[in-house]
Design a protein around this ligand. Structure first.
Ligand code: 2HG
Ligand code: ZN
Length: 462
């Protein structure tokens, strides 16, 4: 199917020929996700440079009945930012709208356009002596618009919450082409419905985020990073309780890494943990502007040994050593991809059920999908485990999904803690979310996008 000429002409007329991509090889990076699991075929890619242009594109597409797929850094894991294979959908890339409009170190806000890379925004905050605490492995490519649209999580959620808790203001282009400008820098704004919450985490199905005002924090002067090995996930939870006692509200990350994850990282990234091997590892980070953090971390480590919770452990002596410890955690995803085919599950259960979830899911897989291997790791402090299953050619991904998600459901958990639904989990969401909640979601979608032109097929089944 080729694209209607008049649509292409009108889009080019609006954004100029530099803003429209039609050539097959140039379309490639926009057509498929980085894991190459969701190959699509865009009619074209449009790259606006302003909110007005985004609104114009939406209007033109509306008039021609064309579907739009908004795209940021295309780093997602659920196929939410790529078009379907029909060759009819227009990808709207925000990557030419990347300005940081202001950083206010006293008011503690940053305003950035949607295409601004997360790392660039973090660095701008750091240059002003402040902290933008959204931190994730893809931060060098992920964009602010995508992070907001996906309500991204990451390693600091434990302390600072999901992206949602950091968004103060939002500018969104609605499916009818109008612009909702709520770019307020207010800490308190209780005037009517907080409509921006609808768009945060809507994965581009309700509107196109064009700019955001995010909350900054004072930048902690001291950090302590520790890697410990423990016998099992129950011991990791005891360690969390101990860390809460000793480090209190200074804990900013509490990450679980299985021995399998460590082995993958050793094999594919050549990185090795500097402590004795164990079945499970915990990476803890604490940060504070007050002195005494290192001593508190040492007290915690000493108590963890004394109480028989930790088998081995180390506290980083320098920033460089802390970075080496973090590299172990950050290379898990990439190493898993190099190992071969895996079926990802981004699940959460009530925190204290994580050990039981892990053992029950393991047993269910051994019985229902023998020969699979589990690569479990993730944000234990949030009850969010990336329960990824390494499979062989003859394993059925749907069967593996069902086994894991049924265990998640039995614990009252969620089938997506932070990665979102995209197209990958659209059927699973419909299966596991109660129909009243799904109908509520469809009511919202119909109200804003009655013709289903914005990112159709994502989050909600057509
Ligand atoms: C992480 O926590 C990311 O590293 C990716 O959310 C998780 O690869 C994954 O499944
Ligand atoms: Zn994660």
């Amino acid at each position: 199917m080729t694209m209607p000429m008049d649509l292409l002409q009108r889009l080019t007329g609006l954004v100029g020929s530099a803003g429209v991509v039609t050539n097959a090889s140039d379309l490639e990076p926009y057509a498929v996700d980085w894991r190459k699991l969701f190959p699509g075929k865009p009619a074209c890619v449009v790259r606006p440079t302003s909110t007005e242009q985004v609104a114009g594109i939406v209007q033109i597409c509306r008039e021609s009945g064309t579907a739009i797929v908004p795209q940021g850094g295309n780093t997602g894991l659920a196929g939410g930012a790529v078009p379907d294979p029909s060759g009819t959908q227009v990808v709207l890339s925000l990557n030419r709208m990347a300005a940081i409009r202001h950083v206010d170190p006293v008011g503690l806000t940053i305003e950035a356009e949607a295409g601004c890379i997360l790392k660039v925004a973090q660095d701008a905050a750091a240059a002003a002596g402040r902290l933008l605490p959204i931190s994730l492995a893809a931060e060098g490519s992920a964009t602010i618009g995508g992070v907001v649209a996906a309500n991204a999580g990451g390693v600091n959620v434990l302390r600072y919450g999901m992206t949602r808790s950091l968004v103060l203001g939002l500018e969104v282009v609605l499916p009818d082409g109008t612009v909702a400008n709520g770019l307020r820098r207010l800490r308190k704004d209780n005037a009517g419905y907080d409509w921006k919450q609808l768009f945060i985490g809507s994965e581009g199905t309700l509107g196109i985020v064009t700019a955001a005002v995010l909350r900054l924090l004072p930048r902690p002067k001291h950090a302590a990073t520790a890697l410990l090995s423990v016998a099992d996930p129950a011991a990791a939870l005891r360690l969390l309780a101990l860390a809460q006692d000793e480090l209190g509200d200074q804990i900013s990350a509490f990450e679980l890494i299985s021995a399998t994850s460590m082995q993958l990282v050793a094999r594919h990234a050549g990185l090795k943990a500097p402590i004795a091997e164990g079945e499970w590892f915990v990476l803890i980070e604490a940060a504070s502007s007050l002195a005494g953090l290192r001593e508190a971390a040492e007290t915690m480590l000493g108590a963890a040994f004394e109480q028989g919770i930790a088998l081995d452990g180390v506290i980083a002596e320098s920033g460089a050593q802390a970075a080496q410890l973090w590299a172990l955690r950050e290379h898990v995803t990439e190493s898993e991809a190099r190992e071969g085919k895996s079926v990802k599950h981004d699940v959460s259960v009530p925190l204290t059920d994580v050990p039981r979830f892990l053992s029950e899911a393991g047993e269910a897989l051994a019985a229902g999908a023998p020969g699979t291997r589990v690569n479990a790791f993730g944000h234990l402090g949030d009850g969010n485990i990336h329960y990824n299953v390494l499979v062989g050619a003859d394993h059925d991904a749907g069967v593996v999904n069902r086994i894991v998600h049924d265990v998640v459901a039995a614990f009252g958990g969620s089938i997506s803690a932070e990665h979102g639904i995209g197209q990958y989990r659209v059927g699973e969401l419909a299966r596991y979310r109660p129909s009243t909640e799904m109908e509520l979601a469809r009511t919202i979608k119909r109200a804003l996008d009655p013709d289903n032109r914005l990112n159709p097929g994502k989050v909600l089944l057509p």
